[in-house]
Ligand binder design. Sequence first.
Ligand SMILES: [Zn+2]
Length: 111
Amino acid sequence: MILGLGIPELVIILVVVLVIFGPKNLPKIGSALGKTVKNVREGMEGEDEKIESAASDAAAAADDAVEVVEDDDDADVDEAPAASDDKFCGHCGAKNPAGNAFCSSCGEKLS
Ligand SMILES: [Zn+2]
């Protein structure tokens, strides 16, 4: 008896496992469990590596933040030419869209 389970209970559990995972997957389950145990042990031994990795991740994140700021500058530059395309009427000074041939305010021909 193991943990209060008898042979019939163990057989039922084994059958349920076989039904759920299939007999072909049993070796995979075993190797997955083995990898999990190995990863846990390596994780306990490799704490310093994790800290270094986290530090480099933070540096990369900072670089990304700088790139975002640079992208914002580019957006401002893109907006400036669009604004300069507007024509100001030489007669009344009204601002007109670049496509306008005549002033929308006074009708004067735009140069
Ligand atoms: Zn005008």
